[in-house]
Design a protein around this ligand. Sequence first.
Ligand SMILES: *[C@@H]1O[C@H](CO)[C@@H](O)[C@H](O)[C@H]1NC(C)=O
Ligand SMILES: *[C@@H]1O[C@H](CO)[C@@H](O)[C@H](O)[C@H]1NC(C)=O
Length: 281
Amino acid sequence: MLLSTAKGKLADLQSLLLLCLASTVVGQESTSTCSAVHIILARGRNEPYQGQRQQLLVNATCIALGSTSCDYEDIEYYNTFEAQYCDSLYEGITNGISQITAYNKRCPEAKLVLSGFSQGAQVIGDILGGGGGIFVEGCKQTTTSKLKSSTDAAPGNKIVAALMWGDKRHVASQPYNVLSGLHKDGQFPRSGSQLLALNRFSSILRSYCAITDPNCALGHNVTDHLNYFNNYANDAAEWIRQMVRSADLPKTTTSSATSSPIASADTSTTSPAATSTSTQR
Ligand SMILES: *[C@@H]1O[C@H](CO)[C@@H](O)[C@H](O)[C@H]1NC(C)=O
Ligand SMILES: *[C@@H]1O[C@H](CO)[C@@H](O)[C@H](O)[C@H]1NC(C)=O
């Protein structure tokens, strides 16, 4: 799998070889050691931990980072279809903040990458911007505060990239929106102080939304909601690689590592074959 992904890319093969020599597996789950780059995932509703869609992103990212050590952990939250949607969110947000804080305390040098898909996108957005409100099936989500630190203090200043995919709280025309749905509101657009708080992180955010996605753009094609990682994991991995690199530069030059996200992402369909038939969202 890994070798075929990297096929024809000598540099990638060499870094894979280095990783193998160091007896590290690409995209592995976090252990007690500290990684240079640590990815923290919030999975979609009813997705299992093992085999979740974002595993494609983790693998692509850790391969793109080459010899830079890279691993991931899941935000722990119970979010099956039986769980109440808002209760799951609250648990994900509070656990997520605890896990981000704990990893940063244990590994203060590590660069953090957050990524959330679908319900998990709301978890990530609410961690950064604060949560609470009325959501799916009229459930009431307990209010949570925005992440205290932003660019000036840990752990916020160690977050080098945060990605949201198919977010129900998607807001039209934000500077970090990418893909065809960028000018659409989602089912429950973020507003007011929560949007302002989230946007403290604009320079490290990306929100992926296809115009056909029911969650983030009120579209009508669930497949396009479920397919982000088949279509855009490699694009996102390359952006994360750039964000990791730019975080190493002096502060005055870190303002933009925004290559050509939208145009390239819109047209790239790297592996459209593996269409999911699951109902997870
Ligand atoms: C990601 O890589 C791991 C090995 O590091 C592999 O076991 C897993 O199947 C890969 N997942 C995907 C979705 O490619
Ligand atoms: C939904 O999107 C998929 C993948 O982009 C496409 O193959 C399919 O035809 C679309 N379905 C409808 C009803 O438009």
